[in-house]
Structure formats: C-alpha cells, structure tokens
Design a protein around this ligand. Structure first.
Ligand SMILES: *[C@@H]1O[C@H](CO)[C@@H](O)[C@H](O)[C@H]1NC(C)=O
Ligand SMILES: *[C@@H]1O[C@H](CO)[C@@H](O)[C@H](O)[C@H]1NC(C)=O
Ligand SMILES: *[C@@H]1O[C@H](CO)[C@@H](O)[C@H](O)[C@H]1NC(C)=O
Length: 383
C-alpha cells in the first residue's frame, strides 16, 4: 500500500537533510594529524607532510618531512633543513636544531635571516666569541659566563667560547686567557637567549591561529570564492557521530510528522476495512461482532472516512406511503417532518425507516439517507 513509496521518500529526505547538514562542516574538515615517530611532534596545520597530508592541510614555508631516522625535518628555503624537536601550537613556536649539531654556526649564516622564511626574526642579540687555547678548556666553570662551542673550534689546540655580549665576567675570563674576541649578532624569536644551546625556538606570526588554539579549535583552510580562507574549526563539533546527532535532532520533528501521517493513513484504512467487515457480517439492529459499540463505530466511521450514506436501492426498499385524502398519518401525533419542519399534507409521500418506524417526507428523508446512514431522530444506524 502507501508505505513503500512513503518509506523510500523518507529515506531520500533523510539523506538530503544529512547531506545539507554535513556539507557545512565537510568543506572545513580537519586534516589528519601526522607524526614522523611516536615521540615526534604532532604535525598539523600550518605544518604538513607532503606524502601524508595534502597541500591544503598546510601553509607555504611550513612543509616538513620525515628523514630515514624518523626525525621531523623542516625545510627552510635557503637556510636549509632543520630538525624539529617540538611544536608549540599555542605559542606558535617551533623548537629546531641543526642536523650537524652546530646551531651557532647556522645562526651566524647570513642565509638564516635573509632568506624568505615564515619565521622572520623579531630581534637580535650580540654575542661575544672568543678564540682561545684549548689548554684552558678545563678552567671553564659554570660561573665564568663562557661556554665552549666545540663545533666552531676548528684549529688544533684552539677552542671557541661564547658569551652574551656585555657579560663582564665573561669578558674578564676571555682577556685573562688571551682569547681573540669578536662580536656577532644572533637572531632570536621566542625569548632573548642567555646562551647558545643546541636548539632554538623559532616563532611564526602568520598564519595566526593563537586565538583559535586558545579556544581549543583548529585552524583549517576553507575554499572560498577568493581562494583558500583560514577558518577556526572546533574539533568537538566535527566528529561524525556529533554530525549525526545534530542531523537527527534537526530531523526529529520532521520524522515525527511523517510517521504520524503514515500512522494516520493506516488507521484510516484499518477503520474502513473493519467497518466494511462489520457491515457485511453484522445484522442490522443487532450488536456488531467483537462487542464493538455501534455508536462508537458510527462516530469512528464519520470521523475516519467522512460522512457516508445509503445507496439508492436500499433507500428504495424502505416502505413509502402516500398520505390519503383525509390526511391520516400512521401516528397522528407525528404530524411534522423532523427534517423540513413542515406539516404533512394530504397526498404527500412519506417514507418510513424500518427499524424505528420513524417517518419523514420522502424527498426529505431520501436526501438525508443519501448522506447519512442513520435515522435523523433516533440515530438508529442503517449500515
Ligand atoms: C607558551 O610558552 C610559555 C613559556 O614557555 C608556556 O608557559 C605556555 O604554557 C605556552 N603557552 C601555550 C598556549 O602553549
Ligand atoms: C651589537 O654590537 C654592535 C657593536 O659592537 C652595536 O653597534 C649594536 O648596536 C649591537 N646590537 C645590539 C642589538 O645590541
Ligand atoms: C683561533 O686562533 C688560532 C691561532 O691562535 C688560529 O689558528 C685559528 O684559526 C683561530 N680560529 C678561529 C675560528 O678563528
């Protein structure tokens, strides 16, 4: 019956609504988070690994790759490659070190700051370098203010030490030990360095996702007419189950309406059939089967299938009488037709309903019975 096209249209509707709701979030889908090793930093926007995440998952200048030792390698165009030890997405800083373990040398290279880089150094700090005899190596104490930079110590019997420029103790130490000194500018990004270590925090300002990250969101690139646009996606709202839950919530009233309507249709059909059964089995005047109340059935019939009358042949079978010339009626006190409220006149035709013996003008009761299956006076059913 009506249920199979109805259920398929519901399924179609369901899919459509789900599609509409999910398409909002699908275009802003978060890219998968990747790692070069289980202990390595999370790689996600703006960083991206070409083989694992699409170009749309990252930003220019933030491409990383995994080397054969599962280290995360950041490629900075002219400055070359660096090992990424950590990424702080909240502060937008990345901890890098030199693959040859000589970060000071890398920092002293002009290319480091002159090349295009998403990590433009915000400030510089002067450091004093000293070229001293390596025989004083054992005399370097933590309180001396100088530190050895082994990777810069090239000549035999010599070593390079470094200190923050302006450190009086360090200057004293270097002069006492006859070091040749020079000063060089070292860039810094995150915090002014107090020493030259093996690694350094680089900072990026563009793309700026600090507020998004602080709100526990994730920056994603979303396609727009003017090209990719940076949007903040909230990771909790993006899980498939959450999407499904939202979709279900949206559709609940709709589904209720549709199923309610189908139920209504089915009840209608059921009542119709039941009544047909009753009218074919039931004997007029006797109680219908299964103890169904006649009046209730009549009400149900009127409510569920609308008003229904009796066919013409049944009406014709009801006894009709012509009032004689004297105007004598079957019951003299019943002298007004309850339908048209006019008195019965001589020679008029009346029709009597067999069960209750109520009579009316023939043209009045015939019209009535065509629309109603009961006596207008006693509502005696004539199903
Ligand atoms: C930023 O760095 C500071 C100092 O290292 C740290 O205390 C803070 O938690 C970091 N903020 C975020 C959001 O990671
Ligand atoms: C570094 O030192 C030079 C001279 O030795 C000075 O001209 C310059 O201003 C210093 N720069 C900073 C950032 O301290
Ligand atoms: C340090 O000085 C020695 C001579 O005292 C010289 O041979 C060496 O090249 C110097 N090293 C640097 C890095 O300047």
């Amino acid at each position: 019956m009506a249920s199979s096209p109805a259920s398929s249209s519901i399924a179609l509707f369901f899919l459509l609504v789900l599609q509409v709701i999910t398409s909002e979030t699908a275009s802003a889908k978060t890219c998968p988070i990747s790692q070069c090793s289980p202990n390595g930093p999370d790689v996600r926007f703006p960083f991206w690994i070409r083989e694992r995440q699409g170009e749309e998952c990252g930003h220019k200048g933030f491409e990383v790759s995994c080397d054969d030792r599962s280290r995360t390698i950041l490629h900075m165009s002219e400055a070359g490659d660096f090992i990424v030890d950590a990424i702080d997405y909240g502060n937008q800083t990345v901890l890098v070190k030199d693959s040859d373990d000589c970060l000071p040398r890398r920092l002293l290279e002009d290319e480091f700051v002159s090349s295009y880089s998403p990590f433009p150094a915000p400030a510089y700090k002067n450091f004093t370098f000293g070229n001293c005899s390596s025989e004083y190596s054992s005399l370097i104490s933590p309180g001396s203010g100088v530190q050895r930079v082994d990777c810069l110590s090239l000549g035999r019997g010599s070593m390079v030490v470094v200190s923050v420029a302006g450190d009086d103790l360090a200057r004293l130490w270097m002069s006492q030990h006859h070091c040749g000194t020079w000063t060089a500018l070292i860039p810094w990004w995150w915090q002014p360095p107090t020493s030259l270590g093996e690694s350094i925090w680089l900072r990026w300002d563009d793309p700026d996702c600090k507020t998004c990250e602080a709100a526990d969101g994730r920056c994603v690139l979303q396609d727009s007419k003017k090209g990719p646009k940076l949007v903040c996606a909230h990771k909790h709202a993006l899980s498939t189950s959450a999407q499904f839950a939202i979709a279900s919530l949206f559709m609940l009233p709709w589904l209720t309406c549709i199923f309610g309507f189908i139920w209504f249709l089915k009840v209608r059909v059921f009542v119709h059939r039941r009544l047909d059964q009753i009218s074919s089995n039931g004997v007029p005047g006797s109680a219908p089967p299964n103890g169904i109340n006649r009046e209730a059935v009549e009400i149900a019939r009127r409510n569920a299938i609308g008003v229904m009358g009796i066919d013409s042949s049944t009406i014709e079978s009801y006894p009709k009488t012509q009032i004689d010339d004297l105007g004598q009626l079957p019951r003299p006190q019943d002298d007004v037709c309850a339908i048209c409220l006019s008195k019965y006149e001589r020679n008029e035709m009346i029709r009597t309903i067999p069960e209750c013996e109520h009579y009316f003008h023939m043209y009045c009761i015939d019209q009535w019975l065509r629309k109603n299956a009961s006596c207008p006076l006693c509502r005696n059913n004539k199903g």
